[in-house]
Design a protein around this ligand. Structure first.
Ligand code: GLN
Length: 193
């Protein structure tokens, strides 16, 4: 299995480190040709406005949309914004691959970044996860086909549909590999289906 990490901007190196700890091969994706080699894709944290601009310039905007029809994609923070249906407080054309309405930079300036205990419900278990939130978006509405997998103070912070997994926080900034492992299993399930 090879997992692509969008490497046009943002914290792609941290996702790469996490996946190499899990012994998964990675491809740094900068073009549609790179994406063709991948079984799954991660869109990292960074700046969603920059992602959208560079996705368009590189031809990846259409390629990622096509890719999502058969393969799994994970987005963290700005990656989530890039994948969401709609940004409510800013005009941005997103990939519209998961039915979520999100507000950018929604947790206020004074607490732009914080660590909070997230209640995680994956693999049939209720546990907690250290959520690192950096100028994080807030999911304001979950729509069609969404499963909510984690919560922070009543907000959904990890969600999925059939092919897409998104977090408003940064699992790649912790030592905890559980969310990446969950994504790997999602890719495996796609390969087998
Ligand atoms: N605020 C950034 C955005 O709107 C996201 C920040 C992040 O990815 N840590 O894209």
């Amino acid at each position: 299995m090879k997992i692509g990490i969008l490497a046009i901007q943002g914290d792609f190196e941290l996702h790469r480190k996490m996946l190499s700890r899990l012994n998964v091969d990675t491809v740094l994706v900068k073009s549609p040709a790179d994406l063709e080699k991948c079984d799954g894709l991660i869109i990292p944290g960074g700046e969603s406005t920059t992602f959208i601009k560079l996705l368009k310039v590189s031809g990846l905007f259409a390629a990622v949309k096509q890719f999502s029809q058969a393969k799994a994609i994970m987005g963290t923070c700005a990656g989530l914004i890039t994948l969401a249906r709609k940004v409510t407080n800013f005009s941005l054309e997103t990939l519209d691959l998961i039915d979520l309405d999100v507000a950018r930079n929604a947790y206020g300036r004074q607490i732009d970044s914080f660590i909070g205990e997230v209640a995680l419900h994956i693999n049939g278990r209720d546990t907690s996860f250290e959520g690192v939130f950096i100028r994080a978006p807030r999911i304001e509405k979950t729509g069609q086909g969404i499963r909510s997998l984690a919560f922070y103070q009543g907000d959904v912070v990890l969600a999925e549909n059939e092919n897409i997994l998104v977090a408003t926080f940064h699992p790649e900034l912790t030592e905890d590999t559980r969310i990446h492992e969950y994504f790997i299993r999602k890719i495996q399930a796609k390969i087998q289906s």
